[in-house]
Structures are given as structure tokens and as C-alpha cells.
Design a protein around this ligand. Structure first.
Ligand code: ATP
Ligand code: MG
Length: 589
């Protein structure tokens, strides 16, 4: 009970946490406190409240049917994931179903490549749709709806140019002015519309408009366009059509055809709702209802498909699934799991007002998830050789390392070969170590993870003064698991045995943009690209066990972060992507 009260109290404060603050760590710690309290019990979001009321009042006999309606003109991004989790989540929670409907009414920008990627991404996120549908399958039905409105004298063919239509629309304070085409007879409109469909007119020559209210304070009601002429090839209907319905005339009608009960979209569609309802009422079709929520805005990235496409076509990233992209496919390739993305969507909640979510929260979710699931391995990203001078050169020993000490039983483990020559991280040795450097320097001791305590005795340099080799001795009685040395050392470092190591390329990623809001109006967003968002380490040396790393699985490279195999990795050339660092070490520049 107390927890719940706190939850309500804290949930009222969400916007404070979500607005980017200057101190990143501050935001983070508050968030953790918030989550600890909220994780006990989450209160209903406003859409769940609506659905529960509808079920209680018997609206649509308590049936819940949602839809996820992507336009196949790009790959899905993390913002879409929010919409997917919301739509599919509602249906799952209330015993309903969700349709996957491709909103493919604009032939020019759409492609089957995008359709396939969208299906793959929704499935990967863990959701099953009831039906796979296409707005283009309704083109005949939509045409008939338009004819029905013409017959009711609620639609007319307009020969005006786009500029003329804009000029006649008025302003929010002045009503629009009717043009002569508005008073065309029903017969003339029917004939002209049929001719538009038959291909008699070139692009832009005519449009079909609804006869709304030219004095409406809602500009969307001032004779909105329903159809335009576009002699373009469609990825599904081919050259069958040369007129295409506008979003406003396709979306609500598609919802009604499918008998969608709750049509959930983002806030920019609030002013469209009146028109959505108007078409449904005038056509007397299934009364789907539109509800709007705040879209996901994430800092340090862009989410408009137009901008993402630009990054791809101009070569700023490798492809749509570049691990720096906020796309589902990019996040997957980077090593994000479906669970972590669903968890993120759950934590950000469903708001009615625009807000900005910190990228740190997404990283927090994957870090938490991988901490529980990733197998621990050792990899040296920037190697330097450590020679153990009192360990027999001919000897090899096998150490044991648990796969995951966070889980009871450790999820098994693997053998780690040990020898007198090891690779260690260059940064774990210092010629002149400062106080409190708990790693290697002459005279200092550390524990080699899962092996022995060693003490540094010296080092070698090349002609340029670079350290080439570090020397140490080991304590035979200090072996991990049976340590009888009685010594305790402050530092533990990771290592890889030189004769057993495999080499790999390791890719480290930073944020794609240098500023929180690259989409601000003043600049071209590409000016804010982070030139250091990708760092390639070509000479990493990794545990031999990682040669059989499982694609899609997360591995914790001890002390270095969470990694996963890249899709271009081959047995001959292993490539790993860093998913996320172990700690939130990101500092605002
Ligand atoms: P973009 O502006 O990036 O092209 P869009 O809204 O045009 O995106 P659609 O394919 O039409 O992309 O989106 C499918 C569904 O996903 C819509 O219901 C849309 O409201 C929702 N959606 C898109 N972006 C976000 C976002 N950032 N947060 C939440 N939902 C989103
Ligand atoms: Mg859209």
C-alpha cells in the first residue's frame, strides 16, 4: 500500500526526470529510485484506462482490436518500438488482437525491402500479429467510399493548383473562400472522378476534396484533400491505379474496414481526429476511435525516417542497421535484446504531453538485461605482453571461469588456458604509477582474473621508448579457488594466454550526434554528427572460447563492456560490436 502511494507520488514527477538535465548522473540516480518504487506495481496508463472503461461498459462487446500501421518507406526505429509495444501490449493484456497494417498509400517512397524488414523487426521484438494487411488492398473499397461521398454531395473534384488551394484556405482567424468548382453537380463530379481514375488527367491536374466547413477553426476540416493523381508504379498494385487516397481518407477508413476498436497514434494527429470522425460518420461505417499519445523523443539521435534515409544514402553510416542507428535492426546488430527494448518502452510509459527521454535510460535497460544474461569472457583490446619469469615456459594450465556469476550456479563455465606469456591491457601497466594505481607497475601486485597473484619485476622498451613487454613473477600458492597465499591485493586484471589467444576486430561506438537535439531548426542535423562515433580496434586478442561465440548472444568482456558478434564476423575474421559499456560513463561534451 505504501509502495503504491509512493508510486503515484513519483509517477506525477516523471516529466522532471525525463527532461534532460545538465547533470546526467543526477537524472540517472533519481530514475533508479523511481524505478525501485514503481517496479512493485505500475499504475494504468491513460489508454489502458480507456480500454478498461470500454470493456466495463460493453463498448464493442468488450472486444479489443488494435493495429500497428507502418508506412513501408524505411526501417523501424525505437520510436516505432514504443508504438508496437503499446498496440500489441494492450491486445495481450486485454485478450484482444493486433493487425499489422502497411499504410502503403504513397507509391513513390515505398518498397518491399521495407515491408520485409518491418515484419522481421516486429517478430524479433516478440509480437505476433493477427493479420498482415495492406491499405492498398482497400483501394477499391476506398474508391467506392469516395463515390458514396460524392453522391451525398460531400465531395467534389477541384481543378485548382496546390497554390490556389492553399491561398483559398484562409487562416486560423479568417474563413476560407469557396471556388467555382465547389458547386459542381454530383453528376459532373462522378464523371470527373471516374475520368481521374481512368487516367485521363496528368499528375496534379485535379484533386478530390471533401466538402467540409470552410469556416471551421480546424484547418483540417476546410475541404481536405481525399485523392490526388499520381501516375506512379505501386509496389503491390503495380500500374492499376493512378489516383491515390490521402492519409486522412485512407487511415480511418482502413481502421473501420478492419473494425479496429482503438486506433492509437501520436499527438500530431490530434487535429486530424475531427476529420477522422467526420468521414466515419458520413460514411456510416464501423466507429473506430482514435487516441493520441506522445511520441518517443530520444536525445542524441534523430528518428525521422527521412533523416535516417539521408544518413544511409549519403554514407554517414554503413546502412539502416549500422549499430549506431536508432533503428530496431541497428540496435539488434549492436547487441540489444528484445527484452531490453520492451523493458525500455514499459519504463518510459505512455504520456499525453511531449517529452524527451535520455539515451542513458535505453543504455541502462540493456545493461541491466545483459548483466543477467551475458556470459563472461576475457578480451584484451589494446594488448601488451606480460611474461611470468618464474612460470615454466613449457607448461599450460587450465583455469575455470563461470559463465555468469550473477546467476545461481553460474550457468556453467569454460576452461581458460594459462601459460607463462599473457596479453594484458596496455593501460593496466604504468612505468611510473601514481599512488592508488591498483594495477601493474614495478613492485606492484595484482590478481590475474581466475588465476594467480603476480608481482611486477620490470619491463622492456623499444628504441622509441615504447614499453614492449612487462615482466612479473607469480605466487604458485595463490591460485584462484585454492588461494593459500594469505595475501590480498586490491586490483584484478583480465588477460589472455599468448599461445592460445585468437585475434579479433572490436568496434566501439559512441553516440551518433554530439548534441541532445540534433533536429533543432537552426542547423542541418548532419552538422552535429559525432566524428568519433565509431572506433575500430583491429588487433584485439580474445579468449579462444570466443571463437565459437554464438551470433546474437551477449558477452561481457570483463572490465570492458558488453559485446556481441557483428553480422559480418567470419571464423577467419572475428568482429565484435560493443553494445554498451559496463557503467554509465558518458560525459556531456
Ligand atoms: P517518421 O516521421 O519517422 O517517418 P512516421 O510516423 O511517419 O515516422 P509510420 O511508419 O507512419 O512512421 O509510423 C507507424 C506508427 O508508428 C504510427 O502509428 C506512428 O504514430 C508510430 N510512431 C512513429 N514514430 C514514433 C515515435 N517516435 N514514437 C512513438 N510512435 C511512433
Ligand atoms: Mg506516418
Amino acid at each position: 500500500m505504501i509502495l503504491r502511494q509512493f508510486g503515484v507520488l513519483f509517477s506525477g514527477m516523471i516529466p522532471i526526470f525525463l527532461i534532460p538535465t545538465t547533470t546526467h548522473t543526477h537524472y540517472f540516480s533519481i530514475f533508479v529510485v523511481y524505478h525501485l518504487i514503481m517496479s512493485e506495481e505500475r499504475s494504468l496508463n491513460f489508454i489502458e484506462e480507456i480500454v478498461e472503461e470500454d470493456i466495463a461498459s460493453g463498448t464493442n462487446s468488450g472486444r479489443v482490436l488494435t493495429r500497428f500501421p507502418p508506412e513501408p518507406n524505411g526501417y523501424l526505429h525505437i520510436g516505432h518500438a514504443k508504438s508496437i509495444c503499446l498496440n500489441f501490449g494492450l491486445a495481450l493484456k486485454y485478450g484482444g488482437q493486433t493487425n499489422l497494417r502497411f499504410d502503403d498509400t504513397n507509391p513513390v517512397k515505398e518498397d518491399v525491402e521495407y515491408v520485409d524488414s518491418i515484419k522481421e523487426d516486429v517478430k524479433w521484438l516478440g509480437f505476433d500479429w493477427a493479420e498482415e494487411l495492406y491499405a492498398s488492398d482497400y483501394f477499391h473499397q476506398l474508391y467506392d467510399f469516395a463515390v458514396a461521398l460524392i453522391k451525398k454531395d460531400l465531395a467534389y473534384v477541384d481543378d485548382s493548383t496546390a497554390e490556389e488551394i492553399a491561398a483559398q484556405k484562409g487562416t486560423p482567424t479568417e474563413p476560407g473562400t469557396p471556388n467555382p468548382y465547389r458547386s459542381r453537380s454530383v453528376e459532373e463530379n462522378l464523371q470527373l472522378f471516374a475520368e481521374m481514375k481512368a487516367g485521363k488527367y496528368p499528375d496534379g491536374a485535379k484533386v478530390l476534396r471533401a466538402k467540409g466547413d470552410l469556416a471551421s477553426p480546424n484547418m483540417h476540416m476546410r475541404d481536405p484533400l481525399m485523392y490526388r493523381i499520381k501516375h506512379a508504379h505501386h509496389h503491390r498494385t503495380g500500374d492499376q491505379w493512378c489516383i491515390y487516397p490521402m492519409y486522412d481518407f485512407a487511415h480511418g477508413q482502413s481502421d473501420a474496414i478492419e473494425k479496429i476498436t482503438h486506433s492509437i497514434c501520436t499527438l500530431e494527429f490530434v487535429p486530424h481526429r475531427e476529420l477522422y470522425n467526420w468521414f466515419i460518420e458520413k460514411l456510416d461505417i464501423f466507429p473506430s476511435k482514435q487516441y493520441e499519445f506522445a511520441r518517443l523523443n530520444l536525445n542524441y539521435t534523430v528518428m525521422s525516417k527521412r533523416k535516417l534515409l539521408q544518413l544511409v544514402t549519403e554514407g554517414h553510416v554503413e546502412d539502416w542497421d549500422d549499430p549506431r542507428m536508432p533503428t530496431i535492426s541497428g540496435l539488434r546488430r549492436r547487441g540489444y535484446t528484445p527484452e531490453s527494448i520492451r523493458e525500455f518502452c514499459d519504463r518510459i510509459g505512455v504520456a499525453k504531453r511531449e517529452n524527451m527521454i535520455d539515451m542513458g535510460l535505453l543504455e541502462f535497460c540493456i545493461r541491466e538485461n545483459l548483466n543477467k544474461t551475458a556470459w563472461r569472457r576475457m578480451a584484451v583490446l589494446d594488448p601488451i605482453k606480460l611474461v611470468i619469469t618464474n612460470y615454466p615456459a613449457s607448461q599450460t594450465e587450465t583455469m575455470f571461469g563461470e559463465n555468469n556469476p550473477e546467476v545461481e550456479g553460474g550457468e556453467g563455465g569454460r576452461d581458460i588456458p594459462f601459460s607463462n606469456e599473457l596479453w594484458i591491457e596496455r593501460e593496466d601497466f604504468m612505468e611510473e604509477p601514481p599512488k592508488k594505481f591498483f594495477r601493474l607497475g614495478v613492485g606492484l601486485s595484482v590478481r590475474l582474473k581466475s588465476a594467480y597473484i603476480v608481482t611486477c619485476t620490470g619491463f622492456e622498451k623499444d628504441a622509441n621508448g615504447n614499453v614492449t613487454e612487462v615482466h612479473c613473477t607469480y605466487l604458485p600458492e595463490s591460485r584462484s579457488g585454492s588461494d593459500k597465499s594469505g595475501l590480498s591485493v586490491k586490483g584484478t586484471i583480465h588477460w589472455v594466454s599468448v599461445p592460445h589467444a585468437k585475434s579479433a576486430e572490436v568496434r566501439l561506438y559512441d553516440r551518433l550526434f554530439q548534441v541532445e537535439d540534433p533536429s533543432n531548426e537552426d542547423h542541418d542535423f548532419k552538422e552535429y554528427l559525432n566524428p568519433n562515433s565509431l572506433q575500430i580496434l583491429p588487433n584485439a586478442l580474445i579468449e579462444n572460447d570466443l571463437a565459437s561465440a554464438i551470433p546474437g548472444k551477449g558477452y561481457q568482456f570483463i572490465r570492458k563492456g558488453y559485446f556481441t558478434l557483428d553480422k559480418h564476423s567470419t571464423p577467419e575474421k572475428l568482429v565484435f560490436n560493443r553494445t554498451v559499456t559496463l557503467k554509465d560513463g558518458w560525459v556531456k561534451k
